[in-house]
Each structure stands twice: as C-alpha cells, then as structure tokens.
Design a protein around this ligand. Structure first.
Ligand code: 7PJ
Length: 259
C-alpha cells in the first residue's frame, strides 16, 4: 500500500506532494512500481496537527481519488475518520476506508455499514493531540486485542460484514518505542482474530528514534520493519517507499515459495 498524503503538514514528506499535480505524479509512480493499494489521506494525524474541516479534507482528497480511479486499476483507500468524507470518497471511486479512529466518530459505523466496503480498524490510545504524552498499557498486546474485539462487535452490531474488516495495531499511535517493538514481535498473536492485518511503520519514530535518524534517512529501517511484519503474516504493508519495499517482499516470497 503506497501512501499519498495531500496535507500541507503531513508526517514525513514535509509537504513535498501537497499540490494536486505532484500528488498525481507520485501516485502514478507508485502504481508503476508495484503498489496494489493507494492510501489517500487529507487529514494529518501527527501529534499537535491542526484539525481540518470536512470541506478542506474533501477538497484535498476527492480530486486525487478521481485521478486514481480514472487512470489505474488499484485499490483506493481513503484515510479518514469523517463519515461525510467516507461517503464522498467512495462515490468518487474509493474502494476501502482506512480509519485511525476505528469508526468511533459519530456516524462513522453507520456510514461504513451503508457503504459496505472493506474497513481498516486501527488502534490508537488517546487522540492525536495527546497520544504520545505517556501511553500506558497493562499488556500492550492483550489491550490492543481487547480493543479489536470490542470494535469488531460494534461493527457487526452496526451491520458491517466481518468479511469487510481489516485490523491494524497502529504503530506510533499512543505507544512508546517499547510498545511498538513488542507489537512487532508479537504480530502473530493478532492472527487469533482471523482477520487480515495492515501494518504501517514506514519512516515512523520507532525507526527514527531507535536508529537516531531523521525522516529522510529511515529507508533501511523501514524496509527491515516491513520484512519482519510480512514474515509474521501481515497481509498489507503501508509504505512511502514502494519500489524498495516491493523488492524486499519479492525476495521474501521467492524464499518462502522454495521452502
Ligand atoms: C497509519 C495510518 C497506520 C493506518 C497513518 C504516518 C502517520 N493508517 N495513517 N495505519 N499511519 N491504517 O503515516 O506516519 O499506521 S498517518
């Protein structure tokens, strides 16, 4: 899954692809390089980022979703928590919802049920404004699994098909570096829930803080994380660096096919 952020203040591309044209070129390149999904985001969830209005978010994401739908045969995922954005994104051609708030915003469960597309439920402790202040868990794996169990029930009760659910432990969202590596080490535990796993650790601080590297120098660390996640059975890997990740995954697949 290649990432395209159309936020002026997005996490790691420093606004490099903030204009529509650059975002389109970036997407075209990621698809040519082997991305199967494109995740389109118009709201920065970086700690302390200013909230965006529905109108702003729509202005950012709808044109790029239309561009992808018209030009490429890939899965388009809309990274949003807002029901209005989910609806218009799907109308514009998005095939999947990626919600870092796991459909907990008012109206989100009902909207996802109505749209009947796959939904990624991500775990986050707290909210983006405060999540990195002092995250605490009794046991990070048990607690995240418990959260997923509750959200799965909420989704089923709202009329969402279990077949449409994907889970993501949410690296960096209300987690210390120890929590993040514990989750990476214990990924197979999440297969207990028998749903596909989506993993996003590309260029995140769990890589940067460990290696003491700023965002532009986190490629090797991100690739190592992607490989570990894929080897533990994660089905979708959300990344900035598509061609390098595709190479890594091809080497892994060739090896596993020869076992
Ligand atoms: C994630 C996400 C993630 C899912 C972001 C960044 C921060 N969606 N959106 N999982 N991260 N599902 O890319 O660094 O880990 S925004």
């Amino acid at each position: 899954m290649g990432i395209v952020n159309v936020t002026p203040d997005s996490f790691s591309d420093g606004g490099e692809f903030s204009s529509f044209e650059r975002a389109c070129k970036h997407v075209d390149l990621m698809v040519a390089e082997g991305a199967v999904f494109i995740d389109v985001g118009g709201e920065s969830t970086r700690p302390g980022a200013t909230p965006v209005s529905i109108e702003q978010e729509l202005e950012r994401v709808i044109p790029i979703i239309k561009h992808i739908a018209e030009n490429h045969d890939v899965w388009i995922s809309i990274d949003t928590s807002k029901p209005e954005v989910m609806e218009q994104a799907v109308q514009a051609g998005a095939n999947m919802i990626n919600d870092v708030r796991a459909l907990q915003e008012p109206g989100a469960l009902a909207m996802a049920a109505k749209l009947a597309v796959p939904v990624c439920l991500m775990h986050m402790q707290g909210s983006p404004e405060t999540m990195q202040d002092s995250p605490e868990y009794l046991d990070v794996i048990d607690d995240v699994i418990h959260f997923f169990e509750q959200r799965i029930v909420a989704c089923l009760d709202a009329g969402i098909s279990r077949d449409n659910l994907i889970l993501d432990p949410g690296f960096g969202f209300g987690k210390t570096i120890e929590h993040n590596y514990r989750i990476l080490a214990c990924l197979p535990r999440f297969h207990e829930l028998h749903l596909p796993l989506l993993i996003g650790l590309s260029r995140k601080s769990m890589i940067g803080d460990l290696l003491e590297r700023d965002v532009s120098k986190r490629l090797a660390g991100s690739l190592a994380g992607a490989l570990i996640a894929a080897q533990q059975g994660a089905q979708i890997i959300r990344v900035h660096d598509v061609p390098e990740t595709v190479d890594v995954l091809k080497v892994m697949s060739a090896t596993m096919a020869s076992m």
